[in-house]
Design a protein around this ligand. Structure first.
Ligand code: DGT
Ligand code: MG
Length: 363
C-alpha cells in the first residue's frame, strides 16, 4: 500500500573507511581506521573506523594512540577528503537519477521524498531497491530509514547499522522513538539533554509525555512545544532539493583544540575545495562567504563577507575565508571547530560581472 508521505534517510556506512576499501579491495574486511591529523604519531584522532575495527572498540573522535592500543593490527590511513567527496558525488548523482527530490545534508547522507515514486513498489520496497543499487553501482553500503517524515527517517537510518533498512510505519512514530535516550533525539544537543535529564526527562517517551507547561517554562513557549512535537515523532519539514538550497557548508570539529595557523589554513583550503566542488556540480555561484569559529569555551562566532562578484572557485572561497579568519581569530587562540559556508547563490548561467574588485590567487 502506498504511503501518503514517504521519506527516506540514507546514510553510508563507515563512509571514509568504506571508500578506502572500495579503492583498494585488498583491504576488504580488515579493521580500517581513517585518521585525521598525523596517522603515524600519537597525535591525531580517528575520523572513522570500519565495522571490523569498531569490534575492537575503536570509534570516531578517539585519539589515535588509544585506537592503536585497542587495535594494534589495524590498518591506519590518513584522510583523503578529495577522494571521499568524489565517491559522495557518485552516490548522490545515482540517487538524483531516481528522483530530483534529494536533499544532501552531509558528505554521506541525504533525504529523499519518494512519495510520488510509489506504484508497483511501495516505499520500503523502493528503499530496499535503492540500497541494493548503491551497493552494486558504487560498492558502498548504506543504512536506510523509511518513515512519514524526515525526523523519524533520520532516527530510523541509525537504528540498525550497517546495511540496515528500518521501516517505521505511519502511526508508529512515537512508539519507535519512545525508548531512546532523550539526547539521541535529532536536534536535542548535550546541553538540552542535561537540562531535560535534570527535569526527570530521560527518554524520548518521557519528553512526549512531559508536562508542556514545564517544558515551556524551561525552554520557552515555542521550543518547549516543538520539543514535544518532535518527541512524538511529528515534524513537518520538507525535503529541500539542491535547487532550493540556500547555503552549503563544511565544518571540521577538532578533537584537540587547534591553534596552529598552517593547519587551520589547510582545513580552510580543503573545505573550500569541497564547497567549490558542490557549487560547480549544482551549477551555482556563491556571493557570500562565511566562517564559523567555535572556541574551547564553546563560544561560537560567525563572520561573513559578500563578494563583488559571485564565485565557484576554491581559491576565491579560501581567500575570502582566510581574510575573515585574520579579522576574527587572534593568533594562538585554540579552536574547537572551524567551518566555511557559502550562500547568496546565483546560477552559473546568470550574467557574471567580469571585473573583479580584487583579483587574487592564494598560495
Ligand atoms: P556510520 O554512519 O556510523 O556507519 O559511520 P560513518 O563513518 O559513515 O559516520 P558518519 O555518517 O557519522 O560520518 C560520515 C563521515 O564523516 C565519516 O566516515 C568520517 C566523517 N566523520 C564522522 N565523524 C567525524 C569526526 O568526529 N571527525 C571527523 N574529522 N570526521 C568525522
Ligand atoms: Mg555514515
Amino acid at each position: 500500500m502506498a504511503w501518503l508521505r514517504c521519506i527516506l534517510h540514507i546514510d553510508l556506512d563507515a563512509f571514509y573507511a568504506s571508500v578506502e576499501e572500495v579503492v583498494n579491495p585488498d583491504l576488504a574486511g580488515l579493521p580500517i581506521i581513517v585518521v585525521m591529523g598525523e596517522a603515524n604519531t600519537q597525535r591525531g584522532a580517528v575520523a572513522t573506523a570500519s565495522y571490523a575495527a569498531r569490534r575492537f572498540g575503536v570509534h570516531s573522535a578517539m585519539p589515535v594512540g588509544q585506537a592503536r592500543k585497542l587495535c594494534p593490527q589495524g590498518v591506519y590511513l590518513p584522510v583523503r577528503h578529495g577522494l571521499y567527496e568524489e565517491h559522495s558525488q557518485k552516490v548522490m548523482d545515482l540517487l538524483r537519477q531516481q528522483t530530483p527530490l534529494i536533499e544532501q545534508v552531509s558528505i554521506d547522507e541525504c533525504y529523499a521524498d519518494i512519495t510520488a515514486l510509489q506504484g508497483e513498489l511501495d516505499g520500503p520496497q523502493i528503499a530496499a531497491q535503492w540500497q541494493e543499487l548503491v551497493k552494486t553501482q558504487t560498492g558502498l553500503g548504506a543504512s536506510v530509514g523509511v518513515a512519514a517524515n524526515k525526523l523519524v527517517a533520520k532516527m530510523a537510518s541509525g537504528h540498525n547499522k550497517p546495511s540496515g533498512l528500518t521501516v517505521v510505519e505511519p502511526g508508529y512514530e512515537a512508539e519507535f522513538l519512545s525508548p531512546m535516550p532523550v539526547g539521541d533525539l535529532y536536534g536535542v544537543g548535550p546541553k538540552w539533554a542535561a537540562r531535560l535529564n535534570s527535569l526527570g526527562v530521560m527518554t524520548v517517551g518521557d519528553l512526549a509525555a512531559a508536562d508542556l507547561d514545564i517544558l515551556r517554562e524551561n525552554f520557552g513557549p515555542h521550543l518547549g512545544q516543538d520539543l514535544q512535537e518532535r518527541a512524538a515523532g511529528r515534524s513537518s519539514e520538507t525535503v529541500i532539493t539542491s535547487r532550493e538550497t540556500k547555503s552549503l557548508s563544511a565544518e571540521r570539529t577538532f578533537f584537540e583544540d587547534t591553534y596552529n595557523r598552517a593547519e587551520l589554513w589547510r582545513h580552510i583550503q580543503q573545505m573550500s575545495e569541497e564547497l567549490a566542488g558542490r557549487l560547480h556540480k549544482q551549477e551555482l555561484l556563491a556571493r557570500t562567504i562565511a566562517i564559523k569559529l567555535r572556541f574551547n569555551n564553546w563560544r561560537t562566532i560567525t563572520r561573513a563577507i559578500t563578494l563583488a562578484s559571485p564565485t565557484d572557485l576554491a581559491d576565491e572561497i579560501a581567500f575570502a575565508a582566510g581574510g575573515l579568519m585574520r579579522m576574527a581569530w587572534k593568533r594562538g587562540t585554540p579552536l574547537r571547530l572551524l567551518g566555511v559556508r557559502v550562500s547568496n547563490f546565483s546560477e552559473t548561467g546568470a550574467p557574471r560581472q567580469l571585473l573583479f574588485p580584487y583579483s587574487y590567487r592564494t598560495r
